[in-house]
Ligand binder design. Structure first.
Ligand code: PLP
Length: 441
């Protein structure tokens, strides 16, 4: 038999998927799995949302592609909707997160040139960051996977310890053009910024005339319970890269900028053949209309609270597997005791899809449309999957009793009420969630 013709860039988990609908992927054998991976935070409205199918079908009969040399139907309306719900005044559309980061970095440099600072070409980026896979985006990243076996990165980034604003200020030179960061690090393992960090960066950028560039490819479009994650901290960037959830599963990227930055842009300095094509515009606008609709983000936050609470109980019950639960909205990470790839596969066998991240973290990135039932089902599957699971021995701490005590102490120290105080004693809570029949995936 001929071996696969697909280049071996991924260690794929074998799942015979036939179709997707809502929060589920349906397999060829008639079974289904609960999809809390969502195409790695892309399928914001779940699979084949009827409104997105309708928008795509309608547009597919009218026009697929022309060129950015012509006015593209739907682009201005969609861009207006995006700017009227964000800090931005102008938008450039492309096809992916990496492209959005790339465009943002070019625009950052262009801005500094235009304001008479041509030597400002370097960018401060952070340890543990992920910004995509082109040479430049990968060079900006702080995860080993970006540079394994590729030689040295492109020398235009000064990498600073995540969360350390003093180190950021110390790293600024005459050549610094701006600061690039994810407001919450995603691939690095759902790492929230320390208190005051983003506000400090905004102040530093203003003090030194730098561009603050947020990569909201993973955190944006409602994922954290706000339309864009930076809104949690009451600050705005000068430039923002967006993608993933922006297209709800359709390939769209965007670079959003303020008027001050936009004024320095000249035709020809950047572009894209397919960026902003009519199909993407039709789908993207429909996704955005849903996310900004009344009550949508409140629902995301409600589901987030329910899910986090259930996960905290599981952490208490399975401390030898789950060390910590963290996240915002429906961007949630479990700090595991063992390897996250192994646990991702184990969980997938039990019927729940997640997404491994760096540093032994497993991400849950469910569709933003999940309901209480989906959350309960996910918790039940996790509970089941944890029972009897032994994390890879290297990281496993065998003293479960100590771990359980530690988890409980941490929970209480952080102001969390105990499970019993909240009326969800683990013994009562677990079977309540474990509607075992419902797990027949
Ligand atoms: N930036 C961040 C924060 C991401 O999480 C990703 C993808 O995971 C990217 C950029 C790259 O996006 P894409 O894979 O669409 O090129």
């Amino acid at each position: 038999m001929k071996s696969s013709s697909i280049l071996g860039l991924y260690q794929r988990y074998s799942l015979p998927i036939e179709r997707g609908e809502g929060c589920y992927l349906y397999l060829k054998d008639g079974s289904h799995v609960l999809d809390f991976m969502s195409g790695i935070a892309a399928n914001s409205l779940g699979h084949c949302h009827p409104a997105l199918v309708e928008a795509l079908n309608r547009q597919s009969k009218l026009l697929w592609h022309t060129s950015n040399l012509l006015e593209i139907p739907g682009m201005a309306d969609y861009a207006n909707l995006l700017t009227s719900h964000s800090f931005a005044d102008k938008v450039f559309f492309c096809n992916s997160g990496t492209e959005a980061v790339e465009a943002s970095l070019k625009i950052m440099r262009r801005y500094q040139q235009a304001v008479g600072k041509p030597k400002r070409t370097r960018v401060i980026s952070f340890t543990n960051a992920f910004h995509g896979r082109t040479f430049v985006a990968a060079s900006a990243g702080g995860l080993a996977k970006c540079w394994d076996n590729l030689g040295s990165p492109i020398d235009m980034f000064d990498r600073v310890e995540w969360g350390n604003s003093t180190a950021v200020e110390q790293a600024i030179t005459q050549e610094t053009a701006g600061i690039l960061l994810e407001p919450i690090q995603g691939d690095g393992g759902i790492v929230l910024p320390p208190e005051g960090f983003l506000t400090d960066l905004r102040k530093i950028a203003d003090r030194y005339g730098l561009i603050l560039l947020f990569d909201e490819v993973q955190t944006g479009m409602g994922r954290t319970g706000k339309l864009f994650a930076h809104e949690h901290w009451g600050i705005t960037p000068d430039i923002m890269a967006s993608a993933k959830g922006l297209g709800g599963g359709f390939a769209i990227g965007a670079c959003l900028v303020t008027e001050r930055v936009a004024q320095t842009i000249t035709p020809g300095m950047h572009g894209s053949t397919y960026g902003g094509n009519p199909l993407a515009m039709a789908v993207g606008k429909t996704v955005l209309e849903h996310i900004i609709a009344n009550g949508f983000l409140e629902h995301v936050n409600q589901m987030s609270r329910l899910f986090l609470e259930g996960l905290e109980v599981l952490q208490y019950q399975h401390p030898h597997i789950i060390r910590e639960v963290r996240g915002k909205g429906l961007l949630i990470g479990l700090q595991l005791a063992g390897d996250s790839n192994a646990f991702f596969r184990h969980l997938a066998k039990h019927g729940l899809l997640s997404a491994p991240a760096a540093n032994h973290v497993l991400r849950f990135l469910p569709p933003l449309i999940i309901e209480e039932d989906h959350v309960k089902k996910a918790i039940a599957i996790l509970d089941n999957a944890c029972a009897g699971y032994i994390p890879s021995s290297k990281q496993k701490d065998s003293n479960d009793a100590v771990l359980r005590k530690r988890a409980l102490a941490r929970w209480e120290n952080e102001g969390g009420s105990t499970a019993s105080e909240r009326g969800i004693s683990p013994s009562k809570h677990s079977p309540a969630f474990a509607t075992k029949k419902a797990i027949a995936c």
